[in-house]
Design a protein around this ligand. Structure first.
Ligand SMILES: Cc1cc2nc3c(=O)[nH]c(=O)nc-3n(C[C@H](O)[C@H](O)[C@H](O)COP(=O)(O)O)c2cc1C
Length: 221
């Protein structure tokens, strides 16, 4: 159950979080869901362009359809909330850039006299980007990961999922053709035993100092 007085620390989440294998039907509290979603959309993004969109699926019938679009993974139907994280590769052309500049001006993030330069700089950057899907994926996953961490901090269990058929998911949630489905996040409560920790690669294999392949010396003093 949720302990209303104690949010988990990041260190505790890192140590204890597992990708939940099975969910109970216990609902996610609305106030918590709002907090989780807000945390996600407060995430950083390149040029603050926020190219993410999230469809929050709670209805049982929608979850049943999402399960069918996700290689029949039971947790998609079991968890009381599924967040479908989408990226909009054309959003910046279709109004997001202008809205970012407008909001940024209100907050003193974009100086009004510089809005033209900002528009040109970002249009050139994204218009000629060599790998826009990767750019989009970066932004969306940061926001979805923040939602996952906020949910875990509040005491919920979570599962990220990439096992789905994109076109089928888009059909179920009615996403426009141009949108990319990046990932799903299930939020709820674990039922039964949690998944076993799978271990991680040794640090020497994945952490380097200064140059790729060079060992990282983290000795103190
Ligand atoms: C982006 C991403 C997509 C994933 N997709 C699935 C999935 O579709 N189905 C599933 O059962 N687990 C999925 N997982 C969970 C991984 O299998 C899991 O994170 C990994 O085994 C490590 O276990 P842990 O998260 O419990 O530490 C996914 C994890 C990530 C980060």
């Amino acid at each position: 159950m949720i302990d209303k007085n104690a949010e988990k620390t990041i260190s505790a989440i890192v140590a204890e979080r597992r990708s939940t294998p099975r969910f109970a039907s216990t609902p996610v509290e609305q106030t918590h869901l709002r907090q989780i979603l807000t945390a996600g959309i407060e995430s950083p993004s390149g040029y603050n362009l926020q190219p993410w969109r999230f469809v929050v699926v709670r209805e049982a019938e929608q979850r049943r359809k999402l399960r069918a679009a996700s290689h029949n993974q039971p947790k998609v139907e079991q968890a009381s909330v599924i967040i479908c994280a989408l990226g909009d590769p054309e959003g910046w052309r279709a109004g997001d850039l202008e809205e970012m500049i407008r909001i940024g001006s209100e907050h003193g993030y974009v100086h009004p006299s510089k809005s033209g330069d900002t528009r040109t700089l970002i249009s050139d950057y994204l218009g000629g980007h060599p790998n826009l899907p990767m750019w989009l994926n970066r932004q969306v996953m940061i926001a979805l990961t923040t939602m996952m961490l906020q949910a875990e901090a509040l005491g919920y269990d979570t599962a990220l999922m990439e096992g789905f058929e994109e076109n089928k998911i888009k059909q179920v949630i009615g996403a426009p053709e141009r949108m990319v489905v990046v990932c799903l996040l299930a939020i709820g409560f674990c039922e039964g035993d949690d998944k076993r920790y799978g271990g991680r690669f040794p640090q020497e294999k994945v952490l380097f100092g200064e140059r790729y392949g060079q060992s990282l010396d983290l000795k103190i003093g």
